[in-house]
Structure formats: C-alpha cells, structure tokens
Ligand binder design. Structure first.
Ligand code: G4P
Length: 525
C-alpha cells in the first residue's frame, strides 16, 4: 500500500456524550460490528463507573485499566479505524476537551428520551471551535421516547447545527423493530442481541410487502410515510457541509440491541474525513508531507508509584513514524529515539515499528513530555489547538509538610504538565491556586502527590468565578487594569497574565470598563 493510501484509509474519531447516554455501549458495538471483538462486555467492564467523589480510590484503580481503552484501533473493510475514548466521568472534562483536538471527526451519542444534555452541549462547543465534522447517534430507541422528527428539531436547535437523517427508526419503545438505512437505501433487520452479532435479514426495497409480516403492517406503513416526508423536508445530504462541521448526519438506533450500529458504521467509513491538515504556529501541516510530525495530547501516569513512568499519547500529523529513529523534541531542542512505541488495538497493546498520520502511538516517558509538545523530523513546529480551558473551580493549595516542600513543588509541576489541573500564582500574595474543570481533580491531586511524590498538601477555599487570560494592544490600559486589579491578577504556569474574577458581575464590569482588553476563556487566542 502506498503512503497516501495508508492515510486515506484512516478514520480517527472520538465518541462523546453526556454520561449514561450509551457511549460505552456504542463503542463496544462498533468494535463488534467491525469484527474487532466477538463478545461485547470487555470495554464495558473497564469503564470508569459513576462513582461518588468519595470513592476516589476505586476510580483511580479503574483509571489504571482505562489506559487500555484510551485508543482502540481496528481494521475493517480496508479501513483503519481509530476510536479515541473520552473519559465518561463528568469530572474528567478537560481531558475530554483535549482528546477532541486529536480527532478528525466525532460521533455524538444522545439518549432519545433525554435529548440533548448539558455535557453534550459543552462538548459540541469545543467541536464548533475547531469545525470538527460531527455525526449524531440517537440511542435507546427501544425505550419509550419521543418522536424522531421532534428529536431532530431539538438537536438542530440545541447543538446549533443543521441536521440530515441518514437512518430512520421503525417504531419506537417496545415496538422498535429496526432501522432503515437512508444513506444506502437498504434495510437490515436484526434480532435484538446484547452481546454477539447475528446476520440481519436484508430488504432491498421498503415497498416489499414481506416487510409488513416482519414488522407489522402498521409499522411498515408508518415507515413508508416517514421516509417520504424525510425526503421531502430535508434537502439531499450535503457531504461538503458535513466536512465543514455545519451539518450533522443523524442516525437512530439502540446500541444495546445492535440496532442502527451497522448503518452508522458503514456511513461513517464512507463519509467521515481521513486525517486532516493540522495547524501550527507557523504553517499548516499536511498529512501526506514526507517528514514525520506529531504532538502529545494526553499523558497517562503510571499506576505503579514505584516507577514514575508515564505514557505520552502522540497523534501523528504527517509523515511516516518509525521506531528507533531520531526525532526532534521541539520544546527541549533535543533529539530523541523511541524504542518501544505502542499501538492500541481493540483488545491489546503492542510495540510497533511504524505508524501513519491519523494513528496514535503511546510513548513511554520518564518526564520529558508535557501536553502540547511537538515532535518532528527537524523542523521547529508548534501545533496549535491544545488550549487550557478556563477552570470553574478553585482552591488555594498549601504545603502540609514543611519537610517535603521540594517534593510538593516537583509533584505539582509534573501533574500540571500532565494536564490534571491548572496552577495560577496570585501576583499580590504569591499564593498558589489550583483551578479545575471538575471537583474530583482536587482529590486526584492530593492523592497522587502523596502516593507518587511523598508530599502532602491541603486546600483552602477561595471564592472565584472564573480565570481568564487577558491580552491587549493598548499597553497603557493593560497596565492600568493590572494595577487596579492587583489583588485579582495571577500568572499561569507559562507566565501569562490571568485575571481572577470573583463574580460574573465583576467580570462583566471589567469587560465594560476596559474596552481595549480582551478576556479569553481558553489559553490559546
Ligand atoms: P455511557 O458510556 O455514555 O455512560 O453509557 P453506557 O454505555 O454505560 O450506558 C448507560 C446505560 O444505558 C447502561 O445501563 C446501558 O446498558 C444502557 N444502554 C445503552 N444503550 C442502550 C440502549 O440502546 N437501550 C437501552 N434500553 N439501554 C441502553 P446500566 O444499567 O447503567 O448498565 P448495565 O448494568 O446495563 O451495564
């Protein structure tokens, strides 16, 4: 296979949802239909269960297992599919945001009865920032839910994206019989099956009167009417609009029962983009450039506290990655060779000799990498699109053991490199503030500082609403602002100015009074 063919056959994507909508179940069923696993249940048991914050130890244990499912690759019908898992737990939100920077497209799972939920809305905003092509899978049609047309309207309105159904449900709730494939104009009826895969019965034409016997005359008649209506109401599917992130093809089904999954998978392979160009500070990198480049979007800490080894996840952006070859670690300006890069296939991890754009490789690391680091064949490239997001929860972090202040500083530094949370230093009193997107991270940090670095910390409350990065072309006004707000000024770990607003009112007032200052809610602008 040529280099270009290798790139073209790759589909690297993420599945996102509000917790409980069925992301894990759909992931498993895609692996099942893709022939990567034969019995569902493996991914599921590795999932981070919805545990209360107090059950942190349990989460940590599960987090260890979840390394294996961070990336799931498989070959199917000539395609190489890479599914990037996004942590399902509400509190791992920022990790999820960052994973979205490494995908070329996204499948959003929505619970048919609950519709668009809060987390889905947030994640969609991240997709919109990058114009990521999205597909929607409306799940749990086997439960009494709402009318498909109504759901489509809600998606359009709530996610602010055009919709085009490419599959259509036959009945719903206990009457749910299957899914008509609008995209391929065919119908496969499956027997509900929670674990394994069976061959479906094919109908080439929904006018076929035999369909009435299979699904009931009423359901067949409704399907025929619905399809006529769909084709009348919605313009033909516009592939370009989908690729621009403006139009979401919508599929219906029940992942648990195997309904609608094959339809989704087949359409996905045909329409989802192969690896796209990646933006850097200086230029756009095309996947088919000869020279290798990539960036670190995730760092996974080792679960064994005696070995501080970590696994850096590298997304390959261009060129042909090879084992034991000298590459440039751009930030450190240092040549490095990787002797045991790892690829992730559905059920196993293995050392690989080569990888192509769109692939994710895991690189064992003893502390050289930070989130956002770039690697190349010599060119100084800095990939964009890995911002820090404005945290929502804040606490002062204090050393609880004066004998271990070095360990604490080192631990905090490394955990921040991993992207567990963000550290701000208040310029007024020099105190250190941890900002997170979810409450669990505070516990994660405390626990890991103790177990991995032997340092103990305690938190003290601080009342803050938001941290935002400030920037201005008007140095006088910026200076004036910083003087007036000294108590609320901080630096992030890269030394950038951050304004700590203690209420939305304060932020609004600041924005109104200082018109020449821009307040950013992500660190990349
Ligand atoms: P998540 O990763 O998005 O959090 O969701 P997950 O797949 O774990 O699914 C959440 C729950 O919804 C699970 O039930 C799962 O079995 C159920 N589910 C997923 N797809 C469907 C579907 O198509 N129809 C119906 N009726 N249920 C579905 P649970 O009780 O939390 O877990 P389990 O005991 O079934 O494993």
């Amino acid at each position: 296979m040529t280099f270009k063919e290798e790139i073209k056959r790759r589909r690297t994507f993420g599945i996102i949802s509000h917790p409980d909508a069925g992301k894990t179940t759909l992931t498993e069923k895609l692996l099942l239909f893709g022939g990567a696993i034969h019995v569902a249940g493996a991914v599921k048991s590795n999932k981070i269960k919805k545990t209360a914050t107090s059950d942190f130890m349990e989460i940590e244990k599960q987090r260890g297992i979840s390394v294996a499912t961070s990336v799931m690759g498989f070959d199917y019908k000539g395609y190489k599919v890479n599914i990037l898992d996004t942590p399902g737990h509400q509190d791992f939100a920022e990790d999820t945001y960052r994973t979205l920077t490494a995908v070329d497209s996204v499948i959003i799972v929505i619970d048919a009865a609950k519709g668009v939920e809060s987390q889905t809305r947030k994640l969609m905003e991240v997709c919109r920032m990058r114009n990521t092509p999205v597909m929607v899978f409306v799940n749990k049609l086997d439960r009494p839910g709402r009318d498909a047309f109504e759901i489509l309207d809600e998606i359009e309105e709530e996610l602010k994206i055009g919709v085009r159904p490419l599959a259509w449900p036959i009945g719903n709730g206990t009457e749910f019989r299957g899914v008509y494939n609008i995209f391929e104009e065919n119908l496969y009826l499956f027997t509900p099956n929670k674990q394994t895969l069976e061959q479906g019965i094919e109908f080439k034409d929904i006018q076929d009167s035999k369909l009435d016997d299979y699904v009931s005359p009423r359901a067949a008649a409704t399907l025929r009417e619905d399809i006529e209506l769909v084709q009348g109401v919605y313009p033909a599917f516009d592939h370009e609009e989908y690729l621009k992130g403006k139009l979401a093809p919508v599929f219906f089904g029940s992942a648990l029962n195997n309904f609608g999954v094959q339809e989704l998978l087949h359409a996905f392979l045909q329409i989802a983009p192969s690896p796209l160009p990646s933006k850097t500070e200086t230029r756009e990198v095309e996947p088919d450039e000869n020279k290798f480049s990539g960036f670190v979007f995730k760092i996974h800490a080792n679960m064994d506290p005696n070995h501080r080894n970590r696994l850096a996840f590298v997304k390959i952006c261009s060129g042909h990655f090879q084992r034991n070859t000298n590459y440039l670690h751009v930030r450190l300006g240092k040549q490095m060779k990787f002797s045991s890069p790892t690829a992730f296939m559905a059920e196993k991890k293995s050392i690989i000799d080569e990888a192509f754009p769109g692939d994710i490789v895991g690189i064992p690391d003893s502390g050289n990498f930070k989130i956002g680091d770039s690697i190349s064949e010599g060119e100084v490239l800095n990939f964009k699109g890995l911002p820090s997001f404005s945290p929502e929860l804040f606490q002062y972090i204090e050393n609880a053991d004066p004998m271990k202040s070095k360990q604490l500083a080192k631990g905090i530094d490394q955990l921040m490199d991993e992207g567990v949370a963000q550290l701000f230093t208040n310029q007024f009193n020099g105190r250190k503030i941890i900002g997170t997107v979810g409450a669990l991270q505070f516990e994660v940090i405390q626990y890991r500082l103790l177990h991995e670095y032997g340092a103990s910390c305690r938190y003290e409350p601080i009342h803050l609403y938001k941290a935002c990065w400030i920037q201005s072309d008007d140095p006088k006004q910026l200076d004036d602002f910083k003087k007036r707000k000294t108590q609320f000024m901080a630096k992030d770990k890269h030394g950038r100015d951050v304004f700590l607003a203690d209420s939305s009112y304060m932020l609004q007032m600041a924005q109104e009074s200082f018109k020449n200052i821009k307040f950013h809610f992500t660190s990349e602008f």
